[in-house]
Design a protein around this ligand. Sequence first.
Ligand code: ZN
Length: 238
Amino acid sequence: MEAAETLRQWIEESQNIVFFGGAGVSTESGIPDFRSVDGLYNQKYDYPPEQILSHSFFVRYPEEFYRFYWDKMICEGAQPNKAHRALASLEQRGKLKAVVTQNIDGLHQKAGSRRVYELHGSVERNHCMRCGKAIGLQDIWPRKGIPRCSCGGMIKPDVVLYEEGLDSDVIEGACNSIAAADLLIIGGTSLTVYPAASFVNLFRGKHLVLINKSATPMDAKADLVISDSIGKTLEPYI
Ligand code: ZN
């Protein structure tokens, strides 16, 4: 049977679908994967992105951190793509129970998804390091330099930086969802970023589907591998 037809049948039969997604979901909305470092970074920044996006760097060089952050991590005008919309639609129809994502752009919620476990946090949420006040991205303007709260404290994005731990409630929710799923669809991730692979190992359901343009270490474990665009693959479910 054709892969698309197999997926269609499994989605039809499933009542508890969970989607686990990575950077590839966002790149189809025009958001670059900062891990795929190109020459541009090296010309413009004195440090590799993994170092700039670390806790110790943020504390020590906030100005340099924010120069990179506003430039590379915030994509003004990025919109949900077909994959985001299909997942939101599947949730609305009671098929899909959760989205677990490594992305921090908030596009799943923008598309209408309600239960989203953002393993690495979200650029949409921020807080003041002095008074603790929660501050939405829409309330930060201008988006250059070090953003300050009305109390004068420095604002920090609720994004999990390197050297920082993941939120335990988010981990628990993601793990429980995956463990309870009957169909797990993994998309747009090479599954090499910690802790993606260990989460996937919790899956005990019927079918594991991988949608990724390139091969992943998980391919051999999957019941179905689709080497294509996620947006294109999920479009029929919008
Ligand atoms: Zn404050």
